[in-house]
Structure formats: C-alpha cells, structure tokens
Design a protein. Structure first.
Length: 290
C-alpha cells in the first residue's frame, strides 16, 4: 500500500504546478463564464439574474447565425481538404533517408508558426494592390488583380487556404507516424498477390490509418470551431461580415459591446456543440469499426 501511494505521489507532484496554472487560468474562468451566462452583467452595479434569456438570444441572433454558417463552411472545407492533402504529403514523404527527414522538418515549420505571425505574413501576401505579392505573381500568368481579403465573395476561401498552410503539415506528421505502425509484411503480401498501388493504398494503408484519420478529423474540427487569431488579425470578420465566425462574433459581443452575459452564453453553446460533434463522430466511427 505504501509503495502504491508513493508511485502516485511522484507524478502528482510533477503535475501539480501545471494543474494549478490550468485551474486558475482555464477551469475557474470556464466556471465563472458558465455562471455569468445566466446573468445580465452590469458594470458598477449588481448583476441581474435572467435565467435562460441569454441562451434564447443565441438561438434568435441572425448575426450569430450567419457567423455559425461561415464557421460550418470553414470547418467542413478545411477538415476535408486537410485530411486529403496531409495524406498525400505523408505518402510522398515516406522513407528514412536524410533528405526526406530534412524536407519533413521544413514542411512542419508552418505548424509551429505563431498564429499572429502567420496572419500578418498572409495579410501582406494578400495585399489587394496591383503590386501586391500574390497579384504580382498572378500578373505573370495574365490574371488581373484580385481583391483577396477585401472581396466579400472570396475572402473566406482565401482564409481557408491560409488555415490549410498551417494545419496540413501538422496532420501530415500524424499520418507519417501512423504509417510507421503499419506492418510492412502486409504490403509485401499485397505485392505478391499482384495488388496495384491504388489497391495497396485502399486496402492496406487507409485501413491501417483509421485511428490517425480519426485524430486528424477530431483535431481539425476543434481547431476550426475555435479559430480566432488568424481571422481577427487579418479581416476582423469583414468585409461586410463575410469572414465572421463564431469566435470573432463572441469577441465583439464581449469586448466591443461589453455584453458579457450574452457572450458567455454564446461561448457555452459553442463549447457544448463542439463537444457533441466530437462525441457523435467518435461514436459513429466506433460503430463503423464494430
């Protein structure tokens, strides 16, 4: 019994500082935010209990609904494209030679780039002027100057491209790690049986990457639903709300309109929705494996 207690004590002591930081800066604010969602927050006066009124406003807010639709498009496109592109990159990066390792490292650099730095770099690339970097490159192929982030019809798609540039390398590493766990004898047996490259991919690689694909999709959904810094630093939700997502809308409700109670309620709804989507996907995936 004493030995077991000591085995738990050492890890607990190592985890304690991190848990204290997370509790103070994350878990306590989450609990206070949940409590605040049931109040009308009054600065300089006691908060007013209004029950579920803030949550009713969330369901009736057209601006928040438009932001939710943009978020849904953003998540759907970025997750699906990231899975495909990351898998293709992982397949092309198979090997243990030195140059392959160097290329993997170079490709992974965008994944560790700060979101603020990433947004600033792409904002410069997307400069809508004729002498902007992207427009200058497009002019070489006879393409007229584009508005990029200033174009309400295409701004969200250009932000998706920026998101993919950052997320695909991260997902690629997960796929590369997943491929390393696939039994190579399966590939040898497939070659002996005359399987083509496409058949080996379909019947050996993809089934062997089931868990990696699940991880990539779940992480992609979480990243997409809570995307904020990249959009806030580039368009701020504009032009004309074309790139407004749930997180930028919540930010404006809380720190521009100072409607803290309503912003907290919207945050709670987003958290619950993200958790439900993740749980439903995992349950669906588990049934497919059964």
């Amino acid at each position: 019994m004493m030995r077991t207690w000591r085995q738990w004590l050492v890890p607990a002591l190592f985890l304690a500082p991190a848990l204290m930081v997370f509790t103070w800066f994350k878990f306590i604010p989450m609990a206070l935010g949940l409590r605040m969602s049931f109040y009308k927050v009054n600065f300089g006066a006691p908060n007013e209990w209004i029950g579920l009124e803030n949550f009713e406003r969330v369901l009736q807010d057209e601006a928040l609904g438009a932001a939710a639709w943009n978020t849904f498009l953003y998540v759907s496109c970025t997750v699906s494209l990231s899975v495909v592109l990351a898998l293709l990159l992982a397949l092309s990066m198979q090997g243990v030679t030195r140059h392959i390792r160097m290329i993997r490292t170079a490709l992974f650099l965008p994944a560790i780039t700060s979101a603020a730095v990433l947004a600033e770099v792409w904002r410069i690339l997307y400069a809508p002027t004729p002498d902007g970097i992207m427009n200058s490159i497009a002019a070489l192929f006879g393409i007229t100057a584009q508005g990029y982030l200033n174009d309400p019809d295409w701004a969200l798609q250009w932000l998706m491209l920026m998101h993919l540039w950052k997320s695909v390398p991260y997902d690629m590493v997960i796929f590369v790690a997943g491929m390393a766990t696939i039994n190579q004898e399966l590939y040898e047996a497939a070659r002996v049986d005359g399987a083509t490259a496409w058949q080996r991919l379909r019947f050996v690689t993809i089934p062997g990457l089931t868990h990696a694909i699940t991880i990539v999709i779940v992480l992609g959904m979480i990243r997409g639903f809570r995307v904020f810094a990249e959009i806030q630093a580039t368009t701020g939700g504009g032009p004309a709300g074309a790139t407004e997502v749930i997180m930028t809308r919540i930010y404006k409700l809380g720190f521009v309109q100072f409607d803290y109670g309503y912003a907290s309620a919207a945050s709670v709804v987003l958290f619950v929705f993200t958790a439900l989507c993740t749980m439903l996907y995992l349950q669906w995936h588990k049934r497919l494996e059964a």
